[in-house]
Design a protein around this ligand. Structure first.
Ligand code: ADP
Length: 401
């Protein structure tokens, strides 16, 4: 096994409620030295999978908490020749979902920052507490390495007021922080920058729509590098149809479910976050299974697909109007990078807007950024793989650099 030096590398941590994803990456060379995931933390049968130097180690391990998960990951790093504590790491970069109205840029983590992130946890009760556990675990396990928080909301903090404001009573909105924050910002920022590079144009000149279609999904309209609208809102529940999340829904439905179906707030929360979206519509949230089921004639899967595409087209249409002339429409994340039919159907019949997906180019499978529009189309349609870990590593490096 070759041991790659970790000097100057950033350990990127993405802590979920019961999982911890990590990647050790050099922000300059973009070399991924190792990555891994600890799953079912705090549950029975927890496990950890670690990739480094061409090897994969999968281990059942007792992981009662995130601190233990980081400690076990450290052991695996050491087993593969990298002692994290003495490897000369530049920083630990933490993905933090909600930065509220306070955090607009990557931030060096201090006790005060931990306290503030905790204070805004009300805005993201499913995410921020888990992110904080990861932060605290890393600070205690690697106290000599500075930790940096990179917020999913930060890129969207300058959204125009008209796009960020919900039409409800101002006092209530202000008191409770009710506004559009937007999420997946690290990805939208990274991909929109890559689009400008790909087109060989300064980002300040590019009007673009980015469609981040993964398990979670969001769209953004970006004019000259600044987002002017995005589909996720105060929480990551609004907008597109997602794997298990409903996206847009008439708020009256929630009142109806409460009054008539007697569902409590936690049940409605679970319904909208875990049992809706593609899963709610057809029982599957993975696009590969949905495609297979559709091919086998399953009408539920077909309907789920149609609802998904309909919502996507609605956002594309809205953002085309908001942006005025559009230079590029870009697909990214698991579905966007891999599902050629989604890309074709999302943009079908838009030739009169200069949008033409070339069937042959669209069918090519690749991990590289690529153009899938026809040569004579006036709007570039691109597929650009996202890389949130690299973006977090780069931002963390800038803060401590
Ligand atoms: P996350 O939001 O969890 O980061 P990803 O961006 O990894 O999600 O996207 C995961 C989703 O991508 C999967 O649920 C699956 O639906 C979809 N996906 C992955 N590979 C393919 C593929 N080859 N074809 C179609 N869909 C795919």
């Amino acid at each position: 096994m070759t041991v790659t030096s970790a000097t100057g590398a950033v350990l990127v941590l993405n802590a979920g409620s019961s999982s911890l994803k990590y990647q050790l990456i050099n922000p300059d060379t973009e070399i991924v030295i190792a990555d891994g995931i600890a799953e079912r933390i705090g549950e029975m049968q927890s496990s950890i999978t670690h990739h480094q130097g061409g090897e994969t180690i999968t281990q059942d391990a007792e992981l009662p908490d995130h601190r233990t998960a980081i400690s076990v990951a450290q052991d695996l790093f050491a087993e593969c020749g990298t002692a994290l504590a003495t490897a000369g790491l530049l920083a630990v970069g933490h993905r933090v979902v909600h930065g509220g109205q306070i955090f607009h840029r990557p931030t060096l983590i201090t006790d005060d920052v931990v306290e503030e992130v905790g204070r805004i946890s009300d805005l993201a009760p499913l995410h921020n507490p888990a992110n904080l556990i990861g932060i605290e675990a890393a600070r205690s396990q690697l106290p000599q390495v500075p930790s940096v928080a990179v917020f999913d909301t930060a890129f969207f903090h300058g959204l125009p007021d008209a796009a960020a404001t919900y039409a409800i009573d101002r006092e209530v909105a202000e008191h409770y922080g009710v506004r559009r924050y937007g999420f997946h910002g690290t990805s939208h920022e990274y991909v929109s920058g890559r689009v400008a590079d790909f087109l060989g144009r300064p980002i300040g000149e590019v009007n673009q729509i980015v469609l981040h279609l993964g398990n979670g999904a969001s769209a953004s309209a970006i004019s000259g590098g600044r987002p002017i609208d995005t589909s996720m809102g105060m929480t990551p529940l609004e907008g597109l149809v997602m794997g298990t999340r409903s996206g847009d829904i008439d708020p009256g439905v929630l009142l109806h479910l409460n009054r008539v179906a007697q569902l409590g707030v936690d049940q409605i929360d679970t319904l909208l976050n875990k049992w809706s979206g593609l899963k709610g519509l057809c029982g599957e949230n993975d696009f590969r299974s949905i495609t297979e089921k559709m091919a086998a004639g399953d009408s539920g899967a077909r309907k789920a697909y149609e609802v998904y595409i309909h919502r996507l087209r609605r956002y594309i249409g809205a953002y085309m109007i908001e942006l005025g002339p559009v230079d590029a429409i870009t697909f990214t994340a698991g579905v966007g990078e891999n599902a050629a039919s989604v890309r074709a159907d999302a943009l079908a019949g838009l030739e009169h807007y200069g949008i033409v997906v070339d069937a042959e180019r669209n069918a090519v499978r690749s991990k590289e950024a690529r153009r899938i529009s026809a040569d004579d189309a006036t709007v570039d349609v691109l597929v650009v793989p996202t890389n949130e870990e690299l973006a977090i590593a780069r931002q963390a490096a800038t803060v401590v650099g």
